[in-house]
Design a protein around this ligand. Sequence first.
Ligand code: UD1
Ligand code: UDP
Length: 382
Amino acid sequence: MLKILTIVGARPQIIKAAALSRAIRNHYSDQIREIIIHTGQHYDENMSAVFFSELGIPLPDYNLQVGSGSHGKQTAAMIIALEEILLKEAPNALVIYGDTNSTLAGAIAASKLHVPVVHIEAGLRSFNKAMPEEINRIMADHISTLLFSPTSAGYKNLVKEGFKENNPGPYNADNPHIIHCGDVMYDNSLYFSEIADSKTNILKDEKLSKGEFILATIHRNNNTDEPERLSALFSALNRISLKEKIKIILPLHPRTAKLLEKNLPKELLAAVKANTTFRILEPVSFLEMITLEKHARLVMTDSGGVQKEAFYFHKPCIILRPETEWVELVQSGAAIITDADENRILEAYHSFAISKTLKFPPIFGDGHASEYICSELLKTFA
Ligand code: UD1
Ligand code: UDP
């Protein structure tokens, strides 16, 4: 029996881990045993627990409860606790997702103990090291043994950084194996999209008509922490909802919610609060989120996951960042990068309003990336 330790911590990792856990449960339960460690990076009920129950993920075997803190303190607390568990459990491999501080902590703790690291969502690059995520993902990739890239662009980035293609095993941190495998988030969206509508009431509760609202999310640290950028974003959303008479639904990350009073000018905050077509909600559940994505007219976001989900559901997307790791979205014409620039956001909104035929080529695999990953784990480590 192959024993793997999976690290989750932030909201999107819990969602990504659901896909692999489901594949193990349905197809590999006699060959792979998964132990789940939650670092506690996200801890509010609507940022963590809701996803375990809704997506049917086994409850974590361990919760490190590190909570929030500066990058150094948070990552260090995770490494200290993970080291102990790795020594006790002695797994065949450690599985990490994405690019958060939980990802980096897992990669460091395991690689120093010579536990092979498996990085799911490897190779993505923004080429902007001011992003904490860019540092986390580069470091994690370069100490991993198996690197699963969801896109062709991600795979090519790894090759450019010196990873060998088609190299024979045995694989280890000095002879890593890179694989283009499709996206586990796409697996999830396909799997849950059918049941989402019938299991949620969000459209009714928010009085939303299909195709007649914009879904927005904002949480990236440069957007939340820089008052000018946060103001430009809220001003653009407020203007669009008022001028175009379209509802905006913004399920707000707690990071952003906590900074509104401090970083928005008083008049703008008052205008947003007075605007009944601009609805700011608490974070919603995954099934509510994909219901909103499926039925929105357009998505505006600085989230990595939400950009992709907009594409899965064939929705145009305005990317509220200076760049994206998901370059294929922009190349296909279905997404436009506007940064936190009010005029560029308005222009992008109008250009999508007149463009009738967008293309959504199959960039993210066939919806079975998780099963493929399980089979590669067995080939490599069993
Ligand atoms: C983290 C990831 C980011 C990812 C995002 C997903 C890093 C460096 N960043 O950013 O890549 O896109 O998660 O959502 O790992 N907070 C709460 N309750 C919670 C969680 C957070 O109130 O349950 C608040 C706290 O004030 C905290 C702040 O949000 O200080 C930021 O949380 P943190 O986990 O440090 O970073 P995120 O911005 O969530
Ligand atoms: N998400 C959710 N509820 C919300 C906002 C996002 O379930 O209120 C989901 C979303 O559908 C996607 C993931 O969270 O699957 C994206 O996470 P987030 O935007 O926090 O992080 P990122 O992808 O940018 O790292």
